[in-house]
Design a protein around this ligand. Structure first.
Ligand SMILES: NC(=O)c1ccc[n+]([C@@H]2O[C@H](COP(=O)([O-])OP(=O)(O)OC[C@H]3O[C@@H](n4cnc5c(N)ncnc54)[C@H](OP(=O)(O)O)[C@@H]3O)[C@@H](O)[C@H]2O)c1
Length: 260
């Protein structure tokens, strides 16, 4: 069927319950926001597949979801920047409704002392990895299906010494909007989440926060008195997936951190 003859995007409940029975792949699902999203998705009855590179963390994540929800979870050990691996994974699922991408590294280094090779892998992974996920997913997504990407607060509140990674994050936001327009005739949706500091292994490592007490102390300076939980970030991802009228949106989940 050609795109121009497709019916409008389907209506339906915009509540997370509408994700029951849907198949969702979380690229970066073994930790942090991806794992919290997968756990929430399983709790509302979605069929979830986690993709990440480290097999040990992947099976531990799947086990933690099984323990929390009683649902079994599919695991795909692989690199989310490998378009071929993604194609094979999506093909093997039989059905695919939504994709969430939370994979993405953060490379730092001041401009003049940081040659391109030092940050190239992270920059490529962030942008071309996202591009490859979309290319692999689109042929499988039904009308109303969605792709949700990850961005971050540093795009509008940059820190010194991270220009390449921040530029790649900006590219992901630009891609979100451009692809939303391109895929709307297929009734597919593309959105991104722009996170403030979310309490995950990534942010704990980056900020040197060793335990819950240090996370709480560091979060006191945030407008709402703490950092986001991974579950709070995840619930925004489920909203974007479930609501069939959301596309081309970059939704901030930052507790007002971008305003101060
Ligand atoms: N946490 C924050 O405060 C914050 C703020 C702004 C933006 N963000 C962004 O939000 C996203 C999620 O962050 P997070 O804090 O949840 O990170 P996290 O806890 O480090 O989790 C990242 C997940 O992605 C997987 N991953 C990384 N590279 C991958 C690759 N090439 N292929 C497949 N899987 C890959 C990791 O597993 P493997 O390493 O085993 O593959 C892990 O499961 C990231 O893009 C991050 O930059 C986070």
């Amino acid at each position: 069927m050609s795109a121009t003859t497709l019916a409008p995007v389907p209506t339906g409940s915009s509540l997370p319950a509408a994700l029951e029975g849907r198949t969702v792949v979380v690229v970066g699902g073994s930790s942090g926001i991806g794992l919290a999203s997968a756990t929430l998705l399983a709790s509302v009855g979605a069929r979830v597949a986690l993709m990440a590179r480290d097999e040990g963390r992947l099976s531990a994540a799947a086990e933690s979801i099984r323990a929390a929800s009683g649902s079994s979870v599919l695991t795909i050990a692989g690199d989310g920047t490998d378009e071929g691996a993604l194609e094979r994974a999506f093909e093997g699922l039989g059905r695919l409704d939504h994709v969430l991408v939370t994979a993405g590294g953060f490379a730092v280094g001041p401009l003049l002392s940081t040659p391109r090779e030092q940050v190239g892998q992270v920059v490529d992974g962030r942008f071309w990895g996202t591009y490859g996920v979309a290319r692999a997913a689109v042929p499988h997504l039904p009308p109303g299906g969605s792709i949700t990407l990850s961005s971050g607060l540093y795009l509008n509140r940059p820190i010194p010494g991270a220009s390449a990674t921040i530029a790649a994050i900006g590219a992901v936001e630009g891609f979100t909007k451009a692809l939303a327009v391109e895929l709307a005739p297929l009734r597919l949706r593309v959105n991104a989440l722009r996170y403030g500091v979310v309490d995950t292994p990534l942010s704990r490592g980056a900020l040197g926060l060793a335990d819950d007490a240090s996370v709480a102390a560091a979060g006191q300076g945030a407008p709402l008195g703490r950092f986001a939980t991974a579950e709070e970030a995840a619930s925004a991802a489920l909203f974007l997936m479930a609501n069939n009228y959301m596309t081309g949106t970059v939704l901030s989940v930052d507790g007002g951190q971008s305003l101060v």
